[in-house]
Design a protein around this ligand. Structure first.
Ligand code: F6R
Length: 609
């Protein structure tokens, strides 16, 4: 992961480097640093932890210079510390790097034999020393980088500056994203358009294997073979505006509360409420003929894929396989001719999902992605994209991105069912009207916030929490558990309700809250029986259902708490039942005093394997 930025400016760059890093902090926040060219050489400031620590260092000890690079880190090699913070440098060059140099140990040993000494435990520092060694041989910076590139293995992006070379910056991309920005007499590198948007709208997205030499005059881009290539410069639509929290205490809470609006915005791209129809955009594949759908994603987006499997199998009667991208890409799966491969990703940059996409492309699958970030790598590499309209999601824990993914995928399932002749006009109208009601229903559920905050007090005392659900509620149980784990650091697991008796039931006692997702659908009775089994063993159940479901449950036993949701068509229940589990995790994390928006060890965009 990590975020990188570089500026060849016409005035001091340190403030703008830090501003760029603020926009990249979602990529990692273990440490941050900047380096600039100063008269006598290269100087840098670094700090462990959040960017604010670097800002404090810079206010005590400002850094001048009109050419510089910056980095916000998600640690891979070497603990998060000031010493391991980027930029890494020698007397001759400084580097910021995103990704992993796989053969760094071998290179480091070779360089050490030649007398080079290292200050950090990182893989990155090796590249600085290797280039320095080539500069010592009398090569120019461009020649030294050209000689270094074939020697390093792995997936990475980096930017380098060189002592005394105030009009030069070199960057390379292999596996991790890197973009070039064109300013007025200035040039920039950035991990994405988001970092560069306040500086320029003119962006060139480097392609796999590209490397580029920047001067104030412009950029010379080369491919892996060293041939100079022309890459298009586009006008980015990404906004340079600063995104604030408004009156909310955390971005996560703001984003939870934005859901009625963003789900509505997303629906409006495919749903016609008056006609009660769903219309998919033109796709470069005939959905009627697709033999199989393969869905790949990671984390929360993977759970959106899991829900989609239930929807597509039930409505469109198409075989669906859904996989974690990190597993899929290494198991050499057989893929049918003309199969449809779908990818779900908020960022459009997640390395595992992207590599699964590339694998499916090589295997001749039709590539359809559900993304939130326009101009992301997956957007550029897919045959077709269905966009969620969640807007920028800043909280590291995904909330509105997930529910808008479900919204798009629900529409897609209806569209595919129609295309395959499996949906009556009447059922389409029912489903469309159920979807049209979702924004209003989500707003209703948000009114339960105070009640859920009270229930969170019990959850905050627990060491372990179980989440149960059946059918499409099972992925929501998994999502609830993931959300609780990642922001409150309480151990939580999601299980298919029917699986509990095959093992997890051994965990149950009065100290383990069990959160049950149980809309009144055709599986309700089965889930209810599993809940009775849990209550019979002293478990403290938090039962989430509609009025009818809660009344039925209370006839037999007494859950510790209930959360009553509106009665809806079971088809849309996964979207609605996500809201209480988001709020439950949020309030639990606030009670635990964790860093809700930037939980430890995580990053928003996971661009390493
Ligand atoms: C959890 C979370 C992650 C992401 C996952 C995939 O709250 O945010 O599990 O869902 O890293 O990220 P994207 O959707 O950007 O591919």
């Amino acid at each position: 992961m990590c975020g990188i930025i570089g500026i060849i400016g016409i005035q001091d760059v340190s403030d703008r480097l830090v501003d760029g890093l603020k926009r990249l902090e979602y990529r990692g926040y273990d440490s941050a640093g900047i380096a600039t060219l100063v008269d006598s050489g290269i100087d840098r400031r670094r700090a462990e932890g959040k960017l604010v620590n670097l800002e404090n260092v810079l206010s005590d000890s400002p850094l001048a210079g009109i050419t510089g690079i910056g980095h916000t880190r998600w640690a891979t090699h070497g603990v998060p510390s000031e010493n391991n913070a980027h930029p890494h440098m020698t007397d001759e060059t400084a580097i910021v790097h995103n990704g992993i140099i796989e053969n760094f140990q071998e290179l480091r040993d070779e360089l050490a034999k030649k007398g080079r000494t290292f200050d950090s435990d990182t893989d990155t520092e090796v590249v600085a020393h290797l280039v320095h060694a080539y500069l010592d041989e009398g090569l120019s910076p461009e020649e030294a980088v050209a000689k270094m590139l074939p020697k390093v293995e792995g997936a990475f992006a980096f930017v380098m500056i060189f002592r005394g070379q105030h009009d030069l910056m070199i960057g390379a991309r292999r596996g991790s994203p890197l973009a070039i920005g064109y300013g007025e007499g200035e040039m920039y590198f950035g991990s994405d358009a988001m970092a560069l948007a306040p500086l320029t709208r003119k962006i060139c997205y480097m392609e796999e294997g590209d490397w580029a030499v920047l001067t104030r005059e412009g950029a010379k881009v080369m491919d892996t073979a060293g041939n100079v290539v022309d890459r298009p410069v586009v006008q980015t639509a990404v906004s340079g505006a600063v995104i604030g929290k408004g009156n909310y205490r955390h971005f996560m809470l703001k984003e939870i509360y934005e859901q009625p609006t963003v789900i509505g915005d997303t629906l409006s791209t495919m749903l016609h409420p008056a006609q009660q129809t769903i219309t998919l955009p033109d796709l470069p594949v005939d959905l009627k003929d697709v033999p199989k759908v393969t869905i790949n994603a990671c984390g929360t987006a993977f759970y959106a894929g899991m829900v989609t499997k239930y929807w597509l199998e039930q409505l469109a009667r198409v075989p669906v396989e859904v996989d974690m991208a990190s597993e899929f890409r290494y198991r050499n799966p057989p893929l049918p001719k003309d199969g449809l491969a779908m990818f779900v990703s908020q960022s459009g940059e997640t390395m595992d999902t992207l590599e699964a996409l590339r694998l499916c492309k090589r295997e001749g699958q039709h590539i359809l992605s559900v993304l939130n970030m326009p101009e992301s790598t997956m957007d550029r590499e897919s045959d077709a994209v269905l966009m969620t309209h969640a807007g920028p999601e800043i909280g590291v824990a995904s909330t509105k991105a997930f529910t808008t993914q479900l919204t798009v995928l629900a529409c897609f399932a209806i569209g595919m069912a129609k295309a395959r002749g499996h949906l009556t006009r009447e059922r389409e109208a029912q489903l469309a009207s159920a979807l049209a009601e979702v924004p209003g229903r989500v707003a209703e559920i948000l009114n339960h916030d105070d009640h859920i905050a009270e229930i969170a007090q019990k959850v905050a005392e627990a060491r372990d929490v179980l989440y149960l659900g059946r059918g499409p509620s099972f992925p929501i149980a998994l999502e609830g558990a993931l959300k609780l784990k990642e922001i409150s650091y309480i151990h939580a697991e999601g299980y298919a309700s029917g699986e509990m008796k095959h093992g997890p039931i051994a965990l149950l006692d009065e100290d383990v809250p069990v959160v049950v997702i149980a809309p009144s659908d055709e599986l309700y009775e089965k889930t209810a029986s599993n809940v009775q089994e849990a209550i019979a063993r002293g478990a403290k159940v938090i039962f989430i259902s509609d009025k009818e479901g809660i009344e039925k449950m209370k006839r037999h036993s007494n859950p510790m708490a209930t959360i009553e949701l509106p009665k809806v068509d079971p088809f849309v229940a996964p979207i609605l039942y996500t809201i209480p589990v988001q709020l439950l995790s949020y309030h639990t994390a606030v009670l635990k005093g964790t860093d809700v928006d930037q939980p430890r060890n995580l990053a928003k965009s996971v661009t390493v394997e």
